[in-house]
Design a protein around this ligand. Structure first.
Ligand code: NAP
Length: 294
């Protein structure tokens, strides 16, 4: 693969181009993460954000062939469209029905493969950054949207003893739990106290905590967290959500979603380039892009 003698240099005709499609996309941290990694690896690659409106996701995935893009990240609202536009799906993407990564197949040549690195990235972050192995743990996932589905499946694949999905929409919570098979079950917010006080790991997969006036998801009592071993919030901005603040106040280890974001990108980089992703460089780039101290 092409390498740069000195980086950054001005892209040439030999530069490989990768990117992300989404709408909105201009705020995305992915270009900062990927470009910092390519530079650290000395690769003559560049990663750009492509604003693609809803309804044009499949066409944009098809353009990967026309433009010979090296890889494509996919974010809202195109994750489902991308799943139907690729030639085949990884087992994880097939179970979820969504794709956040499009890569070229090793063989047969010319085939596009869709994968989903969000859930595995979450587990990598738990294990690698936080030293928490979810194997055997009783987990509660708050929320039943796309991120909750990815995390629920990943926790089941990481051999969590159980995963309880709590959603305000019972049908969505059931559907989310079904993705992970017999390891997961659904509950409604009325069951929150029993589920959380029995949990080792609590994961917030709702956006509650992003807004300035937000409290805890489902208005839960923070004292229920006291016997947890780990609390993970998938939100990464702000860095400290009310859930994380309350958990740490009770001496419960806790982390925001930045690690998941970095590790899902790291998996994409490793798939596309065949090189080990430089996690420290990516972390520094993410913190710099967010204006936080490194
Ligand atoms: P989504 O598909 O829209 O799902 C959001 C879920 O939260 C839905 O189940 C929704 O319920 C529920 N919800 C929304 N507002 C709620 C409230 N006030 N009370 C209780 N439940 C509420 O979004 P997503 O893509 O899964 O993202 C969820 C969160 O994860 C976001 O904060 C996102 O930034 C974060 N995330 C982080 C990463 C990362 O790499 N760190 C990756 C993906 C997502 P309804 O369906 O009833 O509205």
């Amino acid at each position: 693969m092409p390498e740069r003698a000195v980086w950054p240099t001005i892209p040439t005709g030999a530069t490989r181009v990768a990117g992300v499609i989404g709408d909105p996309i201009r705020h995305s941290l992915s270009p900062a993460l990927h470009n910092a990694a390519y530079a650290a690896l000395g690769l003559d690659w560049v990663y750009v954000a492509f604003p693609v409106p809803a309804g044009s996701g499949a066409e944009a995935v098809g353009a990967m062939r026309t433009l010979d893009l090296a890889g494509l990240s996919v974010t809202m609202p195109h994750k489902q469209a991308a799943a139907s536009a690729v030639d085949r799906l990884s087992p994880t993407a097939a179970r979820l029905g969504v794709v956040n990564t499009v890569s070229w197949a090793a063989s047969p040549e010319g085939e596009l493969v869709g994968d989903s690195t969000d859930g595995p990235g979450f587990i990598d972050s738990l294990r690698g950054d936080e030293g928490f192995d979810p194997a055997g743990c009783r987990a509660v996932v708050l929320g039943a949207g796309g991120a909750a589905r990815s995390v629920t499946l990943a926790l089941a694949e990481a051999r969590a003893a159980s995963v309880v999905v709590i959603g305000r929409n019972p049908a969505a919570a059931e559907a989310c739990a079904e993705v992970a098979g017999p390891f997961a079950s659904a509950a409604i917010p009325d069951d929150l106290s029993a589920a959380i006080t029995a949990a080792d790991l609590v994961v917030n997969a709702t956006p509650v905590g992003m807004g300035p006036g937000d409290g805890l998801p489902f208005g839960m009592d923070p004292d229920w967290l006291a016997s947890c071993r780990f609390v993970a919030d998938l939100i990464y901005s702000p860095a400290r959500t009310p859930l994380l603040i309350e958990a740490r106040a009770r001496h419960v280890a806790a982390a925001n979603g930045l690690g998941m974001l970095i590790h899902q990108a790291a998996r994409q980089i490793e798939m596309w380039t065949g090189r080990l992703a430089p996690l420290d460089t990516m972390s520094a780039a993410a913190l710099a892009a967010l204006g936080r101290p490194t």
